[in-house]
Design a protein around this ligand. Structure first.
Ligand code: DGL
Length: 261
């Protein structure tokens, strides 16, 4: 099975993108709803949670892991890679690769949680690839709770998005990286507020493409992956709100299972 985790509903945007590309593959998802959000926590705590989440998924049969969370990808990927011997995917690198491909003027905006932005991982990876690039990053700590709450079309959310993006607009970015897997759920709003001339990079789609290519070309233990199109959804706290958001995100009926890590 392919194991995927996030702090909450955001990682389901990755699940959806993966299911669109490789619908047969059995997936197991863990949403750490009891401990969300991750983006305002310390690096030590995020690393600890990420390791626990991976252990949970491995104990339930995962042989590949996708960190469907920019915060965990930014802070815990290196630790996880050292600790586990199975392939682990993170969401930052595939998004950076696409952003560098599509940008015309190398002026990048990055929006993400406070922890992701403070980690500086996007700047580092972009500059490593192209030292000429200009990167402007904004932490948007209010967006995760708004998305978890389902306030996707509320005028208050639109106002907050506009306020955050103003600082990127005046920098005349040409490419905007959605550095949090919750943000694809308000992608249309973000596009409206940043302007249609700005290209948006959605890490959930990028990581799904990487995973598909990896499975086709490199994974030598494909016999360990089951292909019955099954999706198991575990959360550390089952709530009606999460169930509603999961249905809305995946556009299918969901059955949540309780898990403690
Ligand atoms: N969706 C996650 C991310 O990509 C986590 C957000 C949070 O829990 O703060 O960063």
């Amino acid at each position: 099975m392919i194991g995927i985790f996030d702090s909450g509903v955001g990682g389901l945007t990755v699940v959806k993108a993966i299911r669109e590309r490789i619908p047969d593959h059995d997936l197991i998802y863990f949403g750490d709803t009891a401990r969300t959000p991750y983006g305002i926590k310390s690096a030590e705590t995020v690393v600890e949670y990420a390791i626990e989440n991976i252990n949970f998924l491995v104990n339930h049969g995962a042989v590949i892991i996708v960190m469907a969370c920019n915060t965990a990808s930014s802070l815990a990927f290196e630790y996880a890679r050292e600790r586990f011997s199975i392939p682990i995917f993170e969401v930052v690198t595939p998004a950076v690769e696409l952003a560098l491909k599509i940008s015309r003027r190398l002026r990048f905006g990055v929006i993400g949680t406070r922890a992701t932005v403070q980690s500086g991982v996007y700047e580092k990876k972009i500059i490593e690839n192209n030292p000429e690039a200009k990167i402007f990053s904004i932490a948007c700590p209010l967006l995760v709770p708004l998305v978890e709450e389902g306030w996707l079309r509320k005028p208050e959310t639109a106002m907050i998005v506009k306020k955050y993006l103003h600082r990127l607009k005046i920098r005349q970015i040409d490419t905007l990286l959605l550095g949090c897997t919750h943000y694809p759920l308000i992608k249309a709003l973000i596009q409206r507020k940043i302007g249609k001339h700005v290209g948006i990079v959605d890490s959930s789609i990028c990581v799904a493409e990487h995973l598909e290519k990896y499975l086709q070309n490199q994974f030598d233990r494909a016999h360990l992956l089951r292909k019955n199109g099954i999706l198991r959804l575990f959360v550390s706290d089952i709530t009606h709100q999460f169930e509603q958001m999961a249905k809305l995100t995946l556009k299918e009926n969901v059955k949540l299972e309780n898990a403690s890590v």
